[in-house]
Design a protein around this ligand. Sequence first.
Ligand code: PGA
Length: 249
Amino acid sequence: MTAPRPLIAGNWKMNGLAAALSEARAIAAAVDASPPAARVALCPPATLVARMADALAGTGVAVGGQDCRAEASGAFTGDIAAAMLADAGATMVILGHSERRAGYGETDLLIAAKVEAALTAGLEPIVCVGETLEEREGGRTLAVVTGQVRGSLPAALAGKAFSVAYEPVWAIGTGLTPTLEQIEQVHLAIRSTLMQQFGEHGAGVPILYGGSVKPSNAVEILGLKEVGGALVGGASLKAADFMGIVAGA
Ligand code: PGA
């Protein structure tokens, strides 16, 4: 079976006004000038999804959302439905990011429901998992991460395009990264869990690494066994940094 194309996705989080679309345009121009080995996506704040999708239409860069509601519509002030993201031009959505698990009390069960909503809307989910520093120091990393994989990925994903992003909470935005051995160990554990859940399909699901990925560490991280791309926060805001990572895939 051929290995899937890696995915490098940028997570802009709550950053970016209209002026930042120039960075997205620069990324798309670089991708189109020299098509990389990886698929490339940018996930801007919800306010920019439609404008970015318009700006990048026909380029090699996909656009994604950063979260969606599990319900299709209704009285949920401030929230956004998966179909709304798709309607705005998104083709992917990040779900279960640790900033949402921690800041909004999102559980595996809720994330699984959001994944189902995303699939119904035709979006490709990027489902995030990862341990806190306390969990790592307590020797619970593999149990926590594989538990999140089992709990957050519904059976409806069978046969569908999706990816899993391993993002140690303590590595996000801190400049700290696990050792290469630690990353490889967790990715191998995620791979065997995916194969238990989805059989042969689970063997081809890209497992991204996220947490302080930058041009200087991208090549060694992306070269690891079972690392099928990266979810990039801070370094995705500037075209030059992000393209330095894309080039490493
Ligand atoms: P970072 O964020 O690259 O800024 O560490 C990664 C993420 O939260 O997806």
